[in-house]
Design a protein around this ligand. Structure first.
Ligand code: AMP
Length: 281
């Protein structure tokens, strides 16, 4: 497995693979890898001949008061996990390699980025779209793998690829959870013991909501108020949002039908956690 931070080396390596007729799968990450990330890599390995993983904590997608500096990093442990899964190439650039002096071109999106996380993190998706666009241009994969854990991000990337005619297939992969239900996240390491217990209210609420929809609940108002009630039963939980939107447009919906995304964001102590379920009704 090769590890490099240099764009020209990535290009060189991948050019060789493509000349040999091999397909390339790509998994963009911010590192501090866990089984959520490795599930994407394993899927990429199944579907493609070669797998590239990027590890880059992208400053452009963090707001001023967010956790850019404290975001957990452990390149050595990440390398071990990638090696175990059979990743072929890790791209681990420095910020200067990605954003050279004078950088001033951005990819922005209306519509899908205005609700959910876009409301409380207004510059987030501009940073995500810009960096993913750059990574796609550098790696030029056949397929790119994203987790449903970040469902709005998945919808945004699908839309960007469609709108900008990128010749890349985006593959969404299911949420990987801890045994007790908590969605795996690099940010779970911020939680102390008490907060870790309290954080279970997210997955409990998601499972309860999913069950109600499965049993036929059609009113988003009813569903969301029951979910809010459950979240409020945990004194440490501070709700950012609880919403039902169309998975395709990320617009709020009243009646639960079609491709529905029910998503929540909740602060436990100082840690903001997200979770969701998707239902096709
Ligand atoms: P991150 O490193 O948090 O930017 O995540 C990189 C990719 O891994 C994104 O596509 C995430 O949606 C995905 N991911 C993170 N956590 C999980 C999880 N628990 N299950 C599935 N995918 C995940």
């Amino acid at each position: 497995m090769k590890v490099t931070g240099k764009i020209h080396e990535i290009r060189e390596e991948i050019k060789g693979w493509k000349k040999a007729g091999l397909t390339v799968g790509f998994v963009p990450t911010m590192g501090y890898l866990h089984e959520g990330h490795t599930s994407l890599m394993k899927e990429a390995k199944k579907q493609c001949d070669k797998v590239v993983v990027s590890i880059f904590v992208n400053p452009m997608q963090f707001g001023v008061n967010e956790d850019l500096d404290s975001y957990p990093r452990d390149l050595e442990a990440d390398k071990v996990l990638c090696e175990q899964v059979g990743v072929d190439l890790i791209f681990h650039p420095q910020v200067e390699e990605m954003y050279a002096e004078g950088f001033c071109s951005f990819v922005d999106m209306d519509g899908l980025t205005k609700e959910l996380c876009g409301k409380s993190r207004p510059i987030h998706f501009r940073g995500v779209c810009t960096v993913v666009n750059k990574l796609f241009n550098i790696v030029q994969p056949h397929k790119a793998f994203f987790g449903q854990k970040d469902a709005q991000q998945l919808a945004v990337i699908c839309r960007m690829v469609k709108d900008l005619n990128m010749d890349i297939e985006v593959i969404g992969c299911p949420i990987i959870r801890e045994e007790d239900g908590l969605a795996k996240s690099s940010r779970n390491t911020y939680l102390n013991e008490e907060e870790r217990k309290a954080a279970l209210i997210l997955s409990k609420t998601i499972f309860m909501g999913e069950e109600l929809v499965r049993k036929g609940e059609k009113s988003s108002i009813k569903l969301l108020s029951l979910m809010r009630e459950m979240l409020a039963s945990e004194p440490m939980a501070e709700i950012d949002y609880v919403e039902a939107v169309s998975m395709d447009t990320i617009e709020k919906i009243q009646i639960l039908e079609g491709n529905v995304l029910v998503a929540i964001a909740v602060k436990i102590g100082r840690t903001r956690l997200i979770d969701n379920f998707i239902a096709t009704i």
